[in-house]
Design a protein around this ligand. Structure first.
Ligand code: URP
Ligand code: ZN
Ligand code: ZN
Ligand code: ZN
Length: 519
């Protein structure tokens, strides 16, 4: 059987961090309704030294503890954003929200952990890229974080490093690209080898599913027709480009029975491919993002170039009926968890592609607004209950990436990443008031019900009364161990139940023709 999962809940306090060991680190959230993925219940939550120490009614707690009144509010796990690209070098420039501004904004919106992609160019070995990302992130992050490893090229030297990343560096997820031809794209035979290698390590393969060859061809065709604006980005990547690649990735993963996680599910066809595969029993997870749930691709046709370019990301946003379709599948369990693909560029950076849409740096915001957008579209609309909301914004991610119940759960022993959530309060999203560094917001003007009143990260209050108290560099790297039970238990059973069976039969003993060699 598989290695036992590391017991992630620790009852022994870690070494003291900068601000610990004071009464400030003892917090009682009193009178709220705790919301977990499986149930809601009235309970007080006592936090000490970064952990949830007690949960229930009539708790006996030390004197001098700060009490926060949560009456009439919900107390839920902080969000986990499964997909960010802080300060990503892309298209000759660097994403403007770095690990400081990006995670600070995350906290402002109720996200207390990000999973960022280590994504370096061809020729850089994964361990070197990992160290680079660790240096960049470690000095700046304001909340806990983990890494997914992007595999932008593939050969024996790259392959050799995967066991080290899995066993010593806390990585259990590897992303391959079927798009970005000549930049990040791998061929099917390479992807198959990645799948086999990851399977042998108990890791998860993530896929950017778009047909890169078709996109490359379409871009040339559109530019030749004089279509140089952001609408060309969508035209070059019609729905079937994403749908076909999603289907192909699922098929490839199924051949070797490796778990597959489809990042940024942006269209109906891709979501349906995931849904159908899950109905057949395949171990596949789909991740819609705040952008695909909260806005759509009609913006590519906006007359304002900056507005249209502000929505350019890959795969692109699709038609106006897509967000609700994806939301329905997320609500009903076909799609599993949510990220943002937060990768932001200012107007002057997007302008690198002012005369050629293929040169617009790809990416949009989301890390700050995901929690509110999904509450508005999911819970306020009546599609999800608060438990499902918690599942798709934190718990399922924690389970897939094997950090549950340390993260994604309100329980004794879990990390104190906790929100006091007001389901009735509203806020209007705007670039003028957001905490991100980027000068644009794809959700501009959206009024959202569901606002974090208090955000607690690592047991410290980082947001209250609208004031943000994020601290640079205090976020911890959270290792993600391989062989997540949530993912690999079924893989293991399917290895046995689907093993090819030889047919025992009598040997053929009749005549066989002879093939004559011609010269
Ligand atoms: O447009 C996007 N998505 N930029 C970030 C890189 C990626 O493909 O996730
Ligand atoms: Zn991608
Ligand atoms: Zn505009
Ligand atoms: Zn991405």
């Amino acid at each position: 059987w598989y290695q036992p999962a590391v017991e992630p809940v620790r009852h022994i306090p870690q070494q003291a961090t900068a601000a610990s060991e004071s009464a400030q680190n003892r917090i009682l959230l009193k009178g709220g309704k705790v919301v977990n993925h499986d149930r809601m219940f009235d309970a007080d939550v006592y936090i000490e030294d970064g952990y949830i120490k007690q949960l229930g009614k009539d708790l006996v707690i030390p004197g001098g503890t700060r009490t926060i009144d949560a009456t009439g509010k919900m107390v839920m796990p902080g969000g986990i954003d499964t997909h960010t690209h802080m300060e990503l070098p892309f298209g000759g420039t660097v994403a403007v929200d770095d690990f400081y501004h990006g995670t600070r904004a995350a906290l402002a919106g109720g996200t207390t952990m990000i999973m960022d992609f280590v994504l370096d160019g061809k020729g850089v070995l994964p361990l070197d890229a990992y160290n680079k990302w660790m240096d960049k992130a470690g000095a700046k992050v304001c909340c806990d974080f983990s890494f997914h490893m992007g595999l932008t090229w593939w050969n024996d030297k790259v392959k050799e490093e995967l066991p080290i990343l899995c066993k010593e560096k806390g990585i259990n997820s590897f992303k391959v690209f079927m798009a970005y031809k000549d930049l990040f794209m791998l061929r099917d035979d390479e992807i198959l080898d990645v799948l086999k290698t990851c399977k042998s390590l108990g890791a998860i393969v993530q896929v950017h599913a778009e047909n890169g060859d078709v996109i490359d061809e379409n871009c040339k065709k559109l530019l030749a027709l004089g279509i140089t604006g952001p609408e060309g980005h969508l035209m070059a990547r019609p729905e079937e480009v994403e749908e076909e690649a999603t289907h192909r990735a699922i098929m490839l993963a199924d051949q070797v029975n490796c778990p597959l996680y489809v990042v940024h599910v942006m269209c109906k066809g891709a979501a349906d491919a995931v849904r159908r595969a899950r109905m057949r029993g395949a171990v596949v997870f789909g991740e819609p993002i705040a952008a695909s749930l909260g806005t759509d691709g009609t913006h590519y046709f906006n007359k304002c170039w900056r507005h249209a370019a502000g929505h350019v990301m890959a795969p692109p946003l699709k038609d106006a009926t897509t967000p609700e379709y994806l939301l329905n599948l997320l609500a009903n369990g076909d799609l599993e968890c949510t990220g943002t693909d937060n990768c932001t560029f200012n107007a002057d950076q997007k302008a690198l592609g002012k005369d050629d849409f293929t040169k617009i740096p790809n990416g949009v915001n989301g890390v700050e607004d995901r929690m509110s957008v999904i509450w508005e579209k999911g819970v306020h609309s009546g599609k999800m209950d608060p438990c499902r909301y918690v599942a798709v914004t934190s718990t399922n991610a924690a389970k897939i990436f094997n950090i549950y119940p340390r993260k994604g759960h309100i329980a004794v022993g879990s990390d104190a990443d906790v929100l006091v959530w007001d389901p009735t309060a509203t806020r209007t999203i705007s670039a003028a008031t957001h905490h991100q560094k980027v000068d644009f917001n794809i959700f501009e003007g959206m009024e959202c019900h569901g606002v974090p009143l208090i955000v607690i990260s690592q047991g410290r209050v980082v947001l209250e009364d609208g004031q943000l108290h994020a601290t640079r560099g205090v976020g911890r790297f959270i290792p993600t161990p391989c062989y997540s039970q949530y993912v690999y238990n079924r893989i293991q059973t399917r290895d046995v139940s689907r093993a090819p069976q030889k047919v025992d039969r009598e040997a053929y003993d009749g005549p066989v023709i002879e093939i004559k060699m011609e010269d």
